[in-house]
Design a protein around this ligand. Structure first.
Ligand SMILES: Cc1ncc(COP(=O)(O)O)c(C=O)c1O
Length: 361
């Protein structure tokens, strides 16, 4: 017989929490967790395999604790004059964000984000012992610089998460908002650019704000644009002193030699790895236009997904799509559903399935 969770001497602050649980159902069309549904191109996969095979020869030894080659790879990829002393990486950007919270949040402290935003921020915050403060967004999920600064100044959080562009809404965030929040915040400001590669090319990343802002952190991931979700590689850029703080909380050798080898090899092929981004952007825009034509209200998206409103009963529509072999996400926003842009075929399957259901409100 198995014990119940309530019977265990669990930390009081974890009682009643629910784990992250996006369904992993074996459906033909899975567009629910904002993955890149295109596989890694064969030519890159061959190189990654060679690099992993080489790393295997030394797998009896602990890996490079400082993942030097990988940090250099990220510095090259990001540009903006960054050097490896300003780079950090971990097993997915979730772990990167956890490191930030372990170093700068923790018991008695607070973290803040403008809701609705990435569902892991509150979970990571609470699991590392801090409290979560939810700010609010304005019209169409945007935040203005003045309002954002006012909310942050009032909350005085130790860590602020700015998801730019935002998940689950797709909403862009302009640099003046980030600057205003930084000036108003007493603590660390994390700009989570997990979806940055899907933003318009002529827009400026928060990386351009890093000089002279030692409390600013910009995080990225290889999970989305790089089609590397299964390899678990996220990273951030910040002042070298921030990186030193993260060294205090990471587990020794947290990035396996195989992960380092695979990610470093993939980065040397960045243009090929990113080849599918334009195709995904085209599918995202097609979703926006088609759901609008079907009578729903898509929100502006700078990501690889679309949040659309006007759904009478999201749970019912979600199930009807599921029954047609299409998995999307009910993110808990009334009358809304979120769908990831897939390959052309997957996107067509979703749009055809949605068109066959009358679920407008
Ligand atoms: C905004 C945002 N940040 C971070 C992540 C985590 O990505 P990973 O841990 O795969 O790098 C996600 C994943 O969906 C996300 O949407």
């Amino acid at each position: 017989m198995s014990a119940r969770l309530e019977d265990l001497p669990l930390r009081d602050d974890l009682r009643g929490m629910t784990p992250y649980g996006a369904p992993q159902a074996p459906l033909p069309v899975a567009l629910n967790v904002n993955e890149n549904t295109h596989p890694v191109p064969q030519e890159v996969a061959d190189d990654i395999l060679d690099a992993v095979a080489l790393a295997l020869r030394d797998v009896n030894r602990y890996p490079d604790r400082e993942f030097t080659a990988l940090r250099e790879g990220f510095a090259d990829y990001l540009g903006h004059g960054l050097s490896r002393e300003q780079l950090w990486a971990a097993n997915g950007s979730n772990e990167v964000l956890q490191h930030v919270l372990q170093a700068f949040g923790g018991p008695g402290r607070t973290a803040f984000g403008f809701a609705p935003t990435y569902s892991m921020y509150p979970l990571l915050t609470r699991a590392t012992g801090a409290s979560w403060i939810a700010g609010t967004r304005g019209h169409d999920y945007t935040v203005s610089a003045d309002d954002a600064a006012e909310q942050v100044a009032a909350a005085r959080p130790d860590v602020v998460f700015l998801c730019a562009p935002n998940n689950p809404t797709g909403t862009p965030m302009s640099l003046d908002v980030i600057e205003a929040v930084y000036d108003a915040a007493p603590g660390i400001v994390v700009v989570d650019e997990a979806y940055w590669e899907f933003a318009p090319r002529d827009e400026r990343s928060a990386l351009t704000l890093l000089p002279d802002r030692e409390r600013l952190v910009v995080s990225r991931t290889m999970s989305k644009a790089f089609a590397f979700a299964g390899a678990r590689v996220g990273y951030l850029a910040a002042d070298p002193a921030v990186i030193d703080a993260l060294r205090l909380v990471r587990l020794p050798y947290h990035l396996s030699a195989l992960t380092q080898a695979a990610a470093t090899a993939a980065l040397t092929h960045a243009p090929v790895m990113l080849r599918m981004v334009d195709e995904i952007i085209a599918q995202r825009d097609r979703i926006g236009a088609t759901v609008a034509a079907l009578g729903y209200q898509p929100h502006e998206s700078w990501t690889n997904f679309v949040l659309f409103g006007g759904v009478a009963e999201p749970a019912v529509t979600w199930q009807e799509l599921y029954d047609r072999g299409v998995l999307i996400r009910d993110v808990g926003i009334p009358h809304h559903l979120r769908v990831t842009a897939g390959t052309e075929e997957e996107t067509t399957a979703f749009l055809d399935a949605l068109a066959s259901i009358d679920s407008r409100s």
